[in-house]
Design a protein around this ligand. Structure first.
Ligand code: SAM
Length: 292
């Protein structure tokens, strides 16, 4: 077997050879612990038939471990300086493809149609750049890509918000947006010491298993997400007051909101954080005719 990329000695040698300097603005914190990398890959439950999409391969530390345990990896990397490095480090792995692109601007669906045609199992596995974790996860989910799930490293605090249950301080519109599409769980807490350079925040790995149908059925997805965001606009305010201040002006706005809340048996004095996703679904359907 080839020597691992992710040992501290090999990583340092690669970085020195290419005179590579980390760009904080691109969230470049590379993993230097093969044990952690393998545990991340374990959580994706890959087989030798699996396809994997990676975001931000860096110098290929995680890409290599995925390549050994899947059929094919396609990785999006924004930083051109990493391309010649990846060409060298991933040379032994013919089942890897690097796309030089900002993943947020990439057409991931058409990439999948060409690169993963005939695959029945595709996962996203990545150590995400922390400045854009939420936009990347939301893009992958909102595009309704044919993926089984997402296993990614991110800030521990964001992981807690994503997996939060109603009635907790971390529960909010991000928890609802992600749990609408997936079953979310935090599977690992990761210390700062396994990165170079070390990030300022603690890290965690989450696993998002895509649901075959969304957790709740709603008449308008866009309006459902608008209502959940509005309900958490100011966490200390009641649901009634948040909806009054966030929904568009109307002649009898307060009365209409009160009527909708009463119809679905939600007390107007409750706070957004106490409502389950099912309650948000019936509430948004009840409000929809008034605010369409
Ligand atoms: N996978 C490597 C590892 O675990 O050591 C590197 C992970 S590092 C946290 C994040 C990587 O994402 C960097 O290589 C960075 O250049 C890349 N990146 C940052 N923003 C990106 C974007 N918008 N699209 C694609 N790659 C991005």
């Amino acid at each position: 077997m080839n020597k691992d990329i992710a040992t501290p000695v090999r990583t340092r040698a690669i970085l020195e050879k290419y005179g590579f300097s980390f760009k904080k603005s691109l969230g470049q914190n590379f993993l230097i612990d093969t044990n952690i990398l393998n545990r991340i890959v374990d959580h994706a439950n890959l087989t030798d038939e699996s396809g994997v999409i990676e975001v931000g391969p860096g110098i290929g530390a995680l890409t290599e471990q995925i390549a050994r345990r899947s059929k094919k990896v396609v990785a999006f990397e924004i930083d051109q300086r990493l391309l010649p490095i990846l060409e060298e480090t991933l040379a032994p792995y013919g089942n890897t493809t690097i796309i030089h692109s900002d993943v947020l601007k990439a057409d991931v669906a058409s990439m999948m149609a060409t690169e993963f045609a005939g695959f029945t199992d595709v996962m996203v596995v990545a150590n995400l750049p922390y400045y854009v974790t939420t936009p990347i996860i939301m893009k992958l989910l909102e595009e309704k890509l044919p993926i089984r799930g997402i296993v990614v490293m991110l800030q521990k605090e964001v992981a807690e918000r994503i997996a939060a249950k109603p009635g907790t301080k971390d529960y909010g519109s991000l928890s609802i947006a992600v749990q609408y599409y997936t079953e979310a769980e935090t599977v690992m807490i990761v210390p700062k010491t396994v990165f170079v350079p070390q990030p300022n925040v603690d890290s965690a790995v989450i696993r998002l298993t895509v649901r075959t149908t969304p957790k709740v059925a709603v008449k308008s997805e866009a309006f459902f997400f608008q209502i959940t965001k509005a309900s958490f606009a100011q966490r200390r305010k009641t649901i009634l007051n948040n909806l009054i201040s966030q929904l568009p002006e109307g002649k009898e706005k307060k009365e209409e909101i009160l009527a909708a809340l009463s119809k679905v048996h939600i007390e107007p004095t409750r706070r957004g954080e106490t409502l389950s996703i099912e309650e948000f679904a019936v509430l948004s359907d009840a409000l929809l005719p008034h605010f369409q």
